[in-house]
Design a protein around this ligand. Sequence first.
Ligand SMILES: [Zn+2]
Length: 474
Amino acid sequence: MFLGRLRRAHTLGLLALVLGSAAAAQVPVVDWKKQEPEILRHYRSLVQIDTSSPPGNETNAVNYLKKVLEGEGIPVKTFAMQPARANLVARLKGSGKQRPLLILAHMDVVPVQREKWPVDPFGAVLKDGYVWGRGTVDDKDKLAANLMVMLLAKRMGLALDRDIIFLAESGEEADPTGVGISYMVSEHFPEIEAEFALTEGGGGTLQDGRVSVVTIQTTEKVPRRVHLIANGTSGHGSVPRLDNPLLHLSAAIAKVGAWETPMRLNDTTRTYFERLATISTPEQAARYNGLMNPESSAAVQRYLAANEPQRYSMLRTSIVPTMLRAGVGPNVIPSEADATLDIRALPDEDMPKFFEELTRVIDDPAVKIEPIAGNPRPVAPPSRLDSDMYRALERVSKRLYPESIVLPTMSTGASDMAQLRAKGIQSYGIGPSSIESDSTNYGAHSDVERLAETSLYRFVEFTWNAVFEVAGRK
Ligand SMILES: [Zn+2]
């Protein structure tokens, strides 16, 4: 342990020499081994508070956090659109030399099917080196890490160039009424206004006990769902009609399915594929590099569509039919049929133009495209890869996981960073490391969720380093 620490300190010294002018603050030294019992205690306590949403009842977690933070002399404010679904904000004041850093995590978790769990899903049971429970990787790990950053920074009386704002938010998983980030952004934005934000969305891949890949989420696709609605004349099922809405709708869906929207890379996805190639087998690397080559791109895209659908989705605005509704009886031609298309747009997609194009592809006046109102996720440009925060995350990844490569990612799903980015906050998604099979079988929203205890401790250390590189006194 002691040797390891020395080696890390040495690497730090070398890095500082190499980077020279980099405006990184000295990260305060913490004896992490000594912090483990407290990290585990808060983490387990938070997992044990059942905040499955709906109904969420995040106020129970707010009460826990409030007691802990206030007990250390850190004042908190709570904001609740609904009494049971409060949000909590705490702030450590800096000199004001630079704009604040927001560290946030959601308190709610997705529901559980108890019969699928080998242990109590809200027991935070320790078994086989793991902590088991709903929320262990989504998102009470970040919540506990952020809490520890606040507590340690306060106890150590550390000088800061920026305020550190802690936000524990409600309603991330299921928020039809906007009790969480939407409420905080629209009603209490000055409380959380910051230059940078750190939250969930990234992570690390553990291979043979070492972290090989660190992902940092810098952008995401935007949900832009629509209804396709076909209208025709209703009538008896024994009399075929040319304007039968089912025929028109199904033809339209088939055309949409065959339409390949244009591939377009941004800074994040271009860097992602380039760096991914450097850690892939020669065959895979040739494919990822081949994406950028007009001669091979089409074939590579076909390969990804069949074999790596997640990566295929990163290349373009995607259209996925998810629901169909038509008909009231087997002998009745209905007058209307509709389909739901789950469109996930690239951040820079020109939607009016895209819908024009979609109309042209469908090419049928009987079928109308109606955007579904109430998209809770605003559009925002990707967060920068050359910001002080992103550079700090890269440095910290290299320092803590010397054998890792950092991949910026665009998530195909949506997150609470959308609201923050839309307000101009450069936001980055981070997370703890897991082995591949744990991410697949015990990850966020899985039947059973768990996190290796060692990964939890390393993640708190990672968060601490990232926070102090940008917020510490330079
Ligand atoms: Zn989450």
